[in-house]
Design a protein around this ligand. Structure first.
Ligand code: UDX
Length: 458
């Protein structure tokens, strides 16, 4: 291709998230930031994911392309098991990505860089076989990545014998603060495999991006940045929530769970300031029937207004009587525009599973948290939420691993009614301001994104 012509073009960046809501959301927002800075972006995902979101998609200038996970007609839920899904995806994914790159490299818009979700580590080899530079995208907190990296390197003695874990850049942790695939070593082999293999080839990657901001985890970012070409680029939330330059942008992200419930915002409009508890456990949660019941009664006994996201696949766990008796105080929805809900002035508290996106979103809009982690990185995120960033309280489980209704009621009271709750609110506002600064013009994350696009443009 004519060199002059090529130089005049925006760099073409291919962005490939793992096919899950919690991974697509931050990488889509990152893609939008790249476009804002002059890049051309192609967002790649599996055929089954695009089939789910095509109807409510608004991607503006992002082009979309597909690869296959081997389950084009149903995705993971149509696989015999998650192990079978992963095995097939790991075989079919690289082949179909290779076919896609083959097509794009011989088109008039060849790819200048592949930004891939670290879960899909095989993207490194496929991209390098075409001579394309790569950037690894880590969707979880830097603190969690450090822990997982230690496991990958064999620097953690597994199974854990020590109860006190001391790692560079992190406060002292208890073994129980680590993700379950480490502190219950051997119990989750697939998670262990995916989470530790994120670091295969990472030291040879041209860039490593993490969905966090420097001011939130400075010591651990500094430590990891000595090992890899690490750049913080978060919080990756729809830009208008943080960036004053984009207040008129009406992008709330995309959903694989069908259209968002508009009802929530209208419902919130009639509620007093800080009076509503928002309850959501993300896109993958599978709460026990007992736990679901305890949450229901905890909310009812608190007497607060609440919005509770219960995905259709979870609805059978809650009784119709409860739904009817809670009608006056509560709204139960299948899915909602989470950021819009969190940002609404009626919302005073977020009961969350501490998924990394939900954590960053609470922090970005300044809502105090009741931490009810379920598994994976959520356990570690909850530790930082409560003890390091001090933006919430933890709802502690009983010996049967269930958070009881009294605990939920007490936590809501602390956040909504006490001096401790006021202190927590002040802290979360402090972090919100720092998050805003980081993505604003010249902020730590903004600078890193600008530099990346500029480097590719040279
Ligand atoms: C998973 C893991 O749990 C998480 O810890 C990891 O970091 C990413 O993958 P998930 O469980 O779905 O993600 O939680 P989370 O990271 O919080 O992501 C959920 C996303 O769905 C958030 O961006 C949230 O805003 C969005 N959401 C959730 C909605 O838009 N509407 C809803 O009703 C519920």
């Amino acid at each position: 291709m004519d060199k002059q012509k090529r130089e005049n073009q925006a760099p073409h960046i291919l962005v490939l998230p793992y096919p899950q809501q919690g991974h697509i959301n931050p990488m889509l927002q990152f893609a939008k930031r790249l476009i804002q800075n002059g890049a051309k972006v192609t967002l790649v995902n599996t055929i089954s994911i695009w089939n789910k979101i095509n109807n409510n998609i608004d991607l503006n200038s992002i082009e979309i392309e597909s690869i296959s996970d081997g389950y084009d007609n149903g995705g993971p839920s149509s696989a015999e098991s998650m192990d079978a899904y992963k095995d097939k995806f790991w075989k079919v994914g690289p082949k179909t990505l290779s076919q896609l790159l083959d097509k794009l490299q011989s088109s008039n818009k060849p790819v200048d860089c592949v930004v891939y979700d670290a879960f899909l580590h095989w993207t490194f080899d496929v991209s390098k076989s075409f001579g394309i530079p790569v950037a690894v995208f880590l969707t979880q907190a830097c603190s969690v990545n450090t822990i997982n990296f230690h496991a990958f390197k064999g620097w953690l003695d597994l199974p854990l014998l020590e109860t006190e874990i001391v790692l560079p850049g992190l406060p002292k942790l208890d073994a129980s603060d680590l993700p379950p695939f480490l502190n219950q070593y051997g119990t989750y082999p697939r998670s262990f495999d995916i989470l530790t293999n994120q670091f295969l080839n990472i030291d040879q990657a041209d860039w490593v991006f993490v969905n966090t901001f420097y001011e939130l985890e400075p010591k651990v970012v500094d430590w990891l940045a000595k090992k890899w070409r690490l750049k913080t680029i978060g919080p990756c939330v729809p830009s208008m929530f943080l960036d004053k330059r984009l207040q008129n942008d009406k992008d709330y992200g995309i959903s694989i769970f069908g259209p968002n419930s508009e009802t929530c915002i209208k419902w919130l409009d009639n509620k007093p300031k800080n009076s509503v508890v928002y309850v959501s456990f993300g896109s993958l949660s599978d709460l026990s029937v007992d736990q679901t019941k305890e949450i229901a009664y905890g909310l009812r006994d608190s007497g607060v207004y609440f919005i509770w996201v219960i995905r259709d696949s979870e609805k059978h766990k809650i009784s119709i009587e409860f739904m009817e008796s809670s009608f006056e105080k509560g709204l139960i929805v299948n899915w909602c525009p989470q950021l819009q809900v969190l940002q609404h002035e009626a919302v005073g508290c977020f009961v969350t599973h501490c998924g990394w996106n939900s954590t960053m979103e609470a922090l970005s809009v300044g809502v105090s948290v009741i931490a009810m982690p379920l598994w994976t990185d959520q356990i570690t995120n909850a530790k930082f939420i409560v003890d390091v960033w001090k933006i919430g309280v933890k709802a502690v489980k009983d010996e049967k691993e269930v958070v009881r209704r009294e605990t939920i009621k007490d936590c809501i009271k602390i956040i909504m009614e006490t001096e401790k709750g006021n202190e927590i609110k002040k802290n979360v506002i402090k972090w919100k301001n720092l998050a805003e600064k980081s993505v604003d013009e010249g902020g730590s994350s903004d600078k890193n994104i600008v530099e990346f696009v500029n480097e590719l443009t040279l």
